[in-house]
Design a protein around this ligand. Structure first.
Ligand SMILES: Cc1cc2nc3c(=O)[nH]c(=O)nc-3n(C[C@H](O)[C@H](O)[C@H](O)COP(=O)(O)OP(=O)(O)OC[C@H]3O[C@@H](n4cnc5c(N)ncnc54)[C@H](O)[C@@H]3O)c2cc1C
Length: 395
């Protein structure tokens, strides 16, 4: 009989929870260590989903995949004045961070999901990895899966020089109940992933589940993402200085963006966005901002320690595949551990090449998509190379 390792997962978001569930189902004892001291709240709003994002819902007998995603029949582009300039049948799927998190967290339960457990350091030897927490306590595990996101403590320790590069732009994000939209705007936006190419960027709107998980048209949320350039230096520093005067590195949550920036972006939206899309921004009381980075890593495996999801490669969001990559890292890790009969070191060595290749391809593809949108102005409505997908456009 196999002896499955005791696994510690650092970070209890979508990548960490997927890893925790699939490794637990394989037979491992799994503990999740999450830095946040309170239950995680909605982050990142809408997400495009791919088969790996929701695979746990499909395969688990406890969860119902049909309650998680919205399937949209149309990919469409509007002009700035709101005319439909391109439309194609396309079955894209969308959900929200909250909806996916609620399902995965419910399946994992609370007992081994440890809040207020910030990992600050770790050491490994031939017998295991000893993790140290912010309160000074320690735990020793056979395998450590680090899913601690874009500002990963584990990456900083293991790969201090890992290439983190500001992409030159941010995502403005906004969300309103579909019921707040004018009827004409609702009709335009309800069945599609809707884009508009803007000067130096683009905007997209798609419906996502309502806050309580409602999937019915009219009871969902309209989710907007707009990519907008801010030059490195004073311009981005000023945007990212929040209401309390602190310069934030990664994001400004709802309520933190200074009024003058919201007002300036409103002006931009009213001048350049189709009315139905601008309406989503205008009616959002507290839009928020996420900075776009490229993070490239040369390794994902260090003996008994693996980096997964954004803790390894953080890619630009234009393929809608960051969460899908985190979940795919988790599923493939499960397969490697099963194939190595539970030997963590052999499993990780076997797992790493494929996930490095996937991360690099996605990073390159999304970097090119982003640069074409923001700096080269070569986005053309309907260009098949702009399709969402983890493994390639539309895949
Ligand atoms: C504008 C934008 C749009 C996006 N759209 C999409 C999309 O449509 N589809 C898609 O698939 N992806 C999308 N993404 C990407 C997606 O949000 C990320 O790739 C994904 O959330 C990464 O998941 P993760 O589990 O690796 O990390 P995260 O979700 O960042 O989670 C990391 C977790 O680790 C915890 N943590 C951090 N440090 C520690 C520590 N030291 N100890 C313990 N816990 C710690 C954090 O509190 C957090 O809970 C988008 C991203 C952006 C910016």
């Amino acid at each position: 009989m196999n002896s499955w390792p005791h696994v510690g997962v650092v970070g209890g978001s979508l990548g960490g929870l997927t890893a925790a569930l699939v490794l637990r189902d394989l037979g491992c004892e799994v503990d999740v260590f999450e830095r946040s001291s309170t239950a995680l709240k909605a982050r990142g709003a809408g997400i495009a989903t791919h088969p790996s994002t929701t695979r746990y819902f499909e395969e688990s007998s406890e969860l119902d995949a049909s309650l998680v995603e919205i399937e949209l029949p149309w990919l469409q582009f509007l002009s700035a004045s709101g005319e439909l300039v391109y439309q194609e049948r396309m079955n894209y799927r969308f959900s929200s961070w909250t909806t996916v998190y609620r399902g995965l967290k419910g399946a994992f339960g609370d007992r081994r999901y440890h809040l207020d457990s910030e990992v600050v350091d770790f050491e490994q030897d031939a017998r295991g990895v000893t993790v140290r927490f912010a309160d000074g306590s320690t735990r020793t595990l056979d395998l450590l899966v680090c899913a601690d996101g874009i500002s990963s403590t584990a990456r900083m320790k293991l790969l201090p020089g890992a290439g983190t590069r500001y992409a030159g732009y941010v995502a403005w994000r906004a969300m309103i109940p579909e019921s707040d939209l004018e009827p004409a705007s609702f009709e335009v936006l309800r069945d599609g992933l809707t884009y508009c190419v803007l000067p130096d960027g683009h905007v997209l709107v798609y419906p996502i589940p309502g806050l309580e998980g409602d999937l019915e048209p009219g009871r969902r949320l309209a989710n907007l993402v707009c990519y907008h350039n801010y030059a490195e230096g004073d311009e981005i520093d000023d945007l990212m200085t929040d209401r309390s005067g602190e310069r934030q590195a990664l994001s400004l949550p709802p309520g933190a963006v200074r009024d003058e920036h919201v007002a300036r972006f409103r002006e931009f939206a009213s001048e350049h966005m189709p009315p139905a899309m601008a309406e989503v921004f205008f009616k959002t009381s507290e839009p928020f901002v996420q900075v776009i980075y490229d993070i490239d890593v040369a390794r994902m495996v260090f003996g008994r320690i693996a980096l997964i999801g954004d803790a390894a490669f953080a890619v630009r969001p234009h393929a809608g595949a960051g969460t899908a990559k985190a979940c795919e890292d988790a599923w493939t890790l499960r397969d490697a551990l099963r194939d190595a009969d539970g030997d963590p070191v052999a499993a990780l060595a076997r797992w790493e090449p494929g996930q490095l290749a996937l991360g690099r391809r996605l990073l390159e593809r999304t970097r090119e998509m982003g640069d074409r949108s923001q700096f080269h102005h070569t986005w053309v409505p309907g260009d098949p190379s702009l399709r969402l997908g983890l493994y390639g456009p539309g895949r």
